[in-house]
Design a protein around this ligand. Sequence first.
Ligand code: COA
Length: 221
Amino acid sequence: MTAPALRGKSRRMTPSITIRPATRHDHPALKAICLQTGDAGQDASGREDDPDLLGLIYAVPYQVACPETTFLIGDEAGPCGYVMAAPDSLAFQRFLLTDWLPGLREGRPDPGPDPAGWTGSDQWRHRIHHPPALPPIDLARYPAHGHIDLIPRAQGRGIGRIAMDHLRRALIRAGAAGMFLEVSPDNHRALGFYAALGFTRLCEGEDAIFLGQSLVDGASG
Ligand SMILES: CC(C)(COP(=O)(O)OP(=O)(O)OC[C@H]1O[C@@H](n2cnc3c(N)ncnc32)[C@H](O)[C@@H]1OP(=O)(O)O)[C@@H](O)C(=O)NCCC(=O)NCCS
């Protein structure tokens, strides 16, 4: 089902966009958007030697496992972003470990433990062989986790706020009480964006800040 175009409701004259559930036919677009935003919000294509891998870790599995909460955003020029979440992070982690990562590892050997020797997409190849555990977050309070990425032409126009509102409504329909997000500490823009949307800091990991928000009426943080 395609959502109706959202027209200029914001005081910043947001352009017409569509937000619709992504399908398997959108996998190339999901991977391209992920690559264009994969270096702390900046274009990662100059760094990667396996350009599909970022999207195969951070975008495509959400469409496969959580199609009701994975959305492609489009503007007049075509796909320009996505917003997606797993309503149940524990179930999604099980899906990754059991069903998704084994296939991704084929033809992508472990580059070994020493980051000093890594080049190209080695950090992601390492990650698929050694997937991190879920962060120490209260998953009863914040069971969902999500991602949003807009390519440069779509940024700073109010689309991010509209897309996150869309995602939050979908997560509420899916029964999630709250959601968390992972942000690179270098991604100052995203940190400012999430703060403007009311996310609060939950904890920090290695090279990551985890933010959360309740989706239950009346709750804060
Ligand atoms: C981060 C991102 C999703 C934000 O979406 P956006 O469409 O650019 O943001 P919006 O224009 O909808 O801004 C929404 C609100 O956040 C605020 N905001 C945005 N950037 C901000 C910043 N750097 N500092 C403070 N506030 C900021 C805006 O002022 C706006 O507030 P308002 O609605 O009260 O006026 C988008 O820029 C993006 O995809 N960037 C590249 C990929 C990325 O970094 N993804 C996140 C990875 S964790």
